[in-house]
Design a protein around this ligand. Structure first.
Ligand SMILES: N[C@@H](CCC[C@H](N)C(=O)O)C(=O)O
Length: 292
């Protein structure tokens, strides 16, 4: 970390909390991955699910986002984080509600600050297959993507892999029965890592377990790559709506309400442009400075 105190602001999106740093003066983050892990420590640091940097723009964008997870690993994207970043930059620049073009490792992402304080994000198109989606799982429904069986601790989970730039394993059923969120809570801390670090996911994965309420409303819990159980995952909410539509649980014609542990997000997978739109809150917690 630089010798000078590090100025930061902490924001959260539905309890998914981040330390935001205005790094637009330099193309390299002023914090190393190891330092980020220390800053995220909830006992010895500020506490957070990740550290996010606003960096100089690339091409025709307003700025760049990079993020370190709380274990110091670097993901391609973060949905709740990009809502927080848009709000942070608007607060720093004292800007009126507006739309940003943000360069990320997952490509162009465009959040828009709405007059009611919420942030709507054009998350781009989901990736249904590709190098980040494992092909080693056995197809169960004549498809290489939708509902592949994965056995963990003697139970067979039906997994649909969707990339939002970062990888997601979405699970609506286990042993052919619908997921019941309340039944998962007790052993979640031991179950989650068995997906995150499963050999079929060489780049590790985020895992979402989903219970259907109705055809435009679901509940979920998430185990995040590099951060563990979090209160919300924006890219995960997008991925699970895509998986829900592909698996036939959710209607594409309606915006889907996703209840995460920290609160709801609204997710639309629009037919006209194939983009996913995520709408939800981003709140300032406090600002401060860290001394080395
Ligand atoms: N919480 C995030 C996702 C953060 C990155 C993730 N842990 C990964 O490693 O891919 C979100 O809101 O999308």
């Amino acid at each position: 970390m630089a010798a000078a105190p590090l100025k930061f602001s902490k924001y959260h999106g539905l309890g998914n909390d981040f330390i935001l740093v205005d790094n637009r003066h330099s193309k390299d983050p002023v914090v190393t991955p190891e330092q980020a892990a220390k800053i995220c420590d909830r006992n010895f640091g500020v506490g957070g699910d990740g550290v996010i940097f606003a960096l100089p723009p690339v091409g025709d964008t307003d700025f760049t986002m990079r993020i370190y997870n709380s274990d110091g690993s670097e993901p391609e994207m973060c949905g709740n984080g990009i809502r927080c970043l848009a709000k942070f930059v608007a607060d720093v620049d004292k800007s009126a509600p507006r739309k940003y073009k943000i360069h990320t490792l997952a490509g162009l992402i465009q959040p828009e600050l709405l007059a009611d304080g919420q942030v709507r994000v054009d998350m781009g198109e989901p990736i249904l297959e590709g190098p980040k989606v494992p092909t080693t799982l056995a197809p169960t429904q004549g498809s290489t993507v939708v509902k592949q069986d994965l056995v963990v601790d003697g139970r067979t989970y039906q997994v649909t892999c969707i990339s939002m730039g970062n990888p997601h394993a979405v699970i609506y059923s286990c042993d052919g029965k619908p997921i019941k969120i309340d039944e998962l809570r007790k052993d979640f801390a031991t179950l989650g890592p068995k997906f995150e670090r499963n050999a079929v996911f060489p780049a590790r994965t985020n895992t979402e377990f989903v219970e259907v309420v109705d055809r435009s409303h679901v509940r979920m819990v998430v185990w995040e790559r590099g951060a563990g159980a979090t209160l919300a995952c924006g890219t995960g909410a997008c991925a699970l709506v895509v998986a829900g539509i592909l698996e036939g649980h959710v209607d594409r014609s309606k915006t889907c309400r996703v209840d995460l542990p920290g609160g709801p997000l609204q997710i639309e997978w629009r037919e006209s442009d194939n983009h996913i739109y995520m709408t939800g809150p981003a709140e300032l917690v406090f600002s401060g400075s860290l001394h080395a």
